[in-house]
Design a binder for this molecule. Sequence first.
Ligand code: GLV
Ligand code: GLV
Length: 323
Amino acid sequence: MKTVFVTRRIPESGIKLLESKGYSVDVSPKDGVLSREELVAALKAKPYDAVLCLLTDKIDAEVFDAAPSAKIFANYAVGFNNIDLEAAKARGVIVSNTPDVLTETVAEHTVALLLALASRIPESDRFTKEGKYVGWDPLLLLGTDLSHKTLGILGAGRIGARVAHHLNRGFDMNVAYYDVKRNEQLEQEYRATYYATPEEVLAIADAVTIHVPLLPTTTHLLDKGRLAMMKPTAFLVNTSRGPVIDEAALVEALKGGVIRGAALDVFENEPALAPGLAELSNVILTPHIASATEETREKMGEIAVRNIISFFESGQAPNAVDK
Ligand code: GLV
Ligand code: GLV
């Protein structure tokens, strides 16, 4: 019987699927992220054949070596920057992720954040609930239209393309994008314009949304200098990975009126926030929940598990990420 270690409780359906296929499943009993020591100790406790891990688990050589018989680590996330792929490859370990199933959910959250920023929904909600609404006022809480303006997309993969779809089809936004490679379908379907540098997109966009993976080349993609290239009226939304933005520089930019507002679902030193970030009124913060719908979190578990099952049945994990 194959045994699988799951580093934290996930929706039941994935676990049930494994059990129905005869796997023995151990789910970490801790209601929280395992520390490195706890993770290593848990993996050494039994000769596990597979590990289902989360984006909050840092998986590197030491962790792989604590589970020498585990030949697949299925990450419960589309992003896999938490896993050292070189170390995996050196040990012949397969790493898989959960693409596609969360694309629509993350795109919806991204659009929700942008609309909330432009329409100043959290501020208005607070204002109203605090009893400050004393009568209609032509100048009260003025927001910004998005229709017919320019959406700048940094990273036009599946999620970026879906955000383009909503905002182009729904709001007639013009789409300008930067990616390391062109996305011709995006250009055809939404008349998107490709720019070979992020700077060109930042300079013309009224709203910038980030959908790149976290890599050495995308770390601090938005630093002080690039934030300064944005329009002072522009909004920035990030549902990718926190370190893509220099968060301290963003706080300064928001305070100084360099850009108009930002909405973040991810943070540079998650779950910590950069000093001053939470005090700003032109910022919306959500706790890394862009993929967090009941349906999607279940599907992510099922996809992670299907990669494990398929790996043992056929030697192939359909969502193996390669390096
Ligand atoms: C969430 O951040 C993911 O990568 O799935
Ligand atoms: C990956 O992040 C994607 O865009 O699907």
